[in-house]
Write a protein of this length. Structure first.
Length: 630
């Protein structure tokens, strides 16, 4: 029989394969739509090519084995799309194999993930029972007949030919990407960006390869890299001037509170005439408030908030929490510096210490004593762990007996996504039609967290600690509230990251002349440690912190940089999913209008240089090498 006839019979026998490919074209389009990802036709082709290679490989085995493998592949690939969709909805990022190290935490975020489930996700799996029926009643005998009319050797040759063509097409796509940017894969500012270019399944293949490569062949840090980092910090330290507020709070205690999912838009917000955060509002009138303080966290979310604030470096350059990825590193940190200055250092959190690897990382960061759920007396719990009210009550009693000066790092928990764990008797706001929505639940939860914080501040005043301490309150990350729900309370985003801000409040008796001052300067988590050390009068000459003091600064305003390469300048913002200048957009941060100036490319280069320095510090564990005594 002539080859064309053999080819036709071969293709007829593979009818189910073509049906599966059509189904996955639909599923991929659904995935990109749900995830609001940029869609490129060539990228879809590369994704389908990858699936085709997998299915054709299964064709080399017996017919019955092939049927079982096709169904199994369908289930597994559909599950990947579901997991990626849920993770994308929650974190605005794609999952990574490096996150498997954090698999133990999946059970803890089940409530948040379940809240994100939607009927549309059923479409990822609706074909599977139909496929089983198709094989059982219609296709098997028909396909088996044509299968036997083509010799196995011919089937394999034809399959290999198709695989080569598919691989060649994928390689061409990847090569075209590398041709546009030689460091495309090395940068990896965002997994979303990789998915948009490679396709979702090819991204996961690359992710596995990248993880293995990074595990087996860690980046070799050269003497040139070390000199680059040292020169960068030496240049920054030239601006470490000492103004009138340097050392003004010398010897005071430091109470640093990281509030869960506290976003800046709730400060001074009124709903139906009611203050959502009356205690925070009052505190801003007694303190210095920074109203352009940006969330600089990445995939590590809360743990990133802790790391960036205490270490003043950027989040992990490798996807995942730095508390897992680089737990073996020796980082410089605020607690370590305070230990050397005679401070007792303590952290507390009303949940288990293994979560985010805190019981390992907090001591590594120089915290002398850590209090977790097992260390608290029995008390009220809400959601994951101890309620904020119970947490602050017990911690307030502890602080009253601490030897001074002390540093305490308190991490709250109740106001956690999806915000529906708060008992109804704590719903004290009249929200009318917002009640029962995510934004409604969030406002009730924030209102409760604010009440608990107010009670804690009262206890500090009763024990005299309010006057003898620097009290700092900030949000760890944004609240992951969908834009359409934010619109219900009058918040409309003109561009990405416009409202990606968290409160940052500093109170100290020595700052009383500045009470009620609102600082417009753009800042972020990296600036917390340098600012506190500046007020305490502790020199940073031998430290390697990338943030800057927010008081008495004489240098030009530095950009607030995010892990994906976007950044906020003095009066504008650069937004880019992949960190590339050509693919980004500049917006006036006041008007939301697109704009560009001659300074933009200079700021962009400076931002990339800062990320590179931070990455070298983390990947090379450079702090010990930079401070070694010769």
């Amino acid at each position: 029989m002539k080859l064309p006839n053999k080819l036709i019979q071969f293709l007829v026998a593979k009818t189910d394969l073509f049906i599966l490919l059509e189904i996955f074209v639909f599923k991929l389009l659904l995935f990109y739509t749900i995830g609001k990802l940029h869609f490129y036709l060539l990228t879809l082709g590369v994704s389908v090519a990858g699936i085709s290679v997998l299915l054709i490989f299964c064709d080399w085995f017996s017919f019955r084995f092939r049927i079982g493998m096709f169904i199994l592949i369908d289930v597994l690939l559909s599950a990947v799309l579901l997991i990626d969709s849920l993770y994308l909805s929650f974190y605005n990022e794609l999952t990574s194999i490096s996150l498997l190290a954090q698999a133990g935490q999946i059970g803890e975020v089940t409530g948040s993930l379940m809240r994100l489930l939607d009927w549309k996700y059923i479409l990822y799996f609706i074909d599977i029972p139909l496929l089983v029926l198709f094989y059982r009643y219609r296709f098997s005998k028909f396909a088996f007949f044509y299968e036997n009319r083509v010799k196995k050797s011919v089937r394999i040759v034809l399959s290999i030919g198709i695989i080569i063509i598919l691989f060649a097409g994928s390689a061409f796509k990847i090569q075209s990407v590398i041709g546009e940017d030689q460091e495309f894969f090395a940068k990896r500012y965002s997994n979303k960006m990789l998915v948009e270019v490679l396709g979702v399944y090819n991204y996961h293949v690359f992710d596995v390869y990248d993880y293995i490569k990074n595990s087996l062949y860690k980046k070799e840090i050269t003497s040139s890299d070390i000199q680059k980092v040292k020169s960068w910090f030496d240049d920054q330290k030239k601006d470490l001037s000492k103004g009138p507020l340097f050392g003004k709070a010398k010897g005071q205690n430091v109470i640093l509170i990281q509030e869960e999912a506290l976003q800046a838009f709730v400060v001074n917000l009124r709903i139906n005439g009611q203050e959502v955060t009356p205690n925070l509002n009052k505190l801003t009138r007694e303190s210095v408030y920074f109203n352009n303080f940006y969330d600089q966290t990445a995939q590590g979310t809360t743990s990133d908030g802790e790391f960036i604030s205490l270490v003043s470096l950027y989040p992990s350059p490798i996807p995942g929490s730095i508390f897992f990825k680089f737990a073996g590193n020796d980082f410089n940190s605020l607690p370590k510096v305070l230990n050397q200055s005679g401070y007792m250092t303590m952290s507390a959190h009303g949940y288990i210490g293994s979560f985010w690897n805190r019981e390992i990382m907090h001591p590594k960061l120089g915290i002398q004593k850590s209090i977790f759920a097992k260390d608290f007396a029995n008390g009220e719990t809400i959601g994951w762990g101890f309620s904020d009210g119970e947490f602050f009550k017990q911690i307030g009693n502890e602080l009253a007996n601490f030897k001074q000066p002390f540093f305490t790092f308190l991490i709250t928990l109740t106001n956690h996504h999806p915000y529906d764990s708060l008992p109804r008797n704590y719903h004290n706001l009249d929200l009318e039609n917002l009640e029962g929505t995510m934004i409604g639940d969030y406002l009730q939860s924030v209102h409760y967290a604010d009440k608990a914080l107010g009670e804690f501040i009262t206890s500090l005043k009763n024990t005299g600690l309010y006057e003898s301490s620097i009290l700092v309150i900030y949000g760890d990350h944004d609240a992951v509230i969908p834009p359409e729900q934010l619109k219900q309370i009058g918040i409309n985003s003109l561009f990405e990251r416009q409202h990606d801000k968290v409160p940052f409040i500093i109170h100290s008796s020595v700052l009383e002349p500045m009470s009620g001052e609102v600082v417009e300067k753009a800042a972020g988590h990296l600036d917390i440690t340098p600012t506190l050390l500046y007020l305490l009068g502790i020199s940073q000459e031998n430290s390697y912190f990338m943030g800057e003091s927010l008081f008495d600064s004489t240098s030009d305003s530095r950009p607030v940089i995010f892990r994906d390469g976007s950044f906020v300048g003095e009066n504008h913002i650069f937004v880019s999913a992949d960190g590339n200048f050509e693919n980004g957009e500049y917006f006036n941060s006041q008007t939301g209008e697109k704009e560009i100036s001659e300074k933009d490319i200079e700021e962009y280069r400076a931002a990339q240089a800062r990320l590179e320095v931070s990455d070298l510090m983390i990947l090379g564990d450079l702090f010990p090498r930079l401070t070694v005594k010769k």
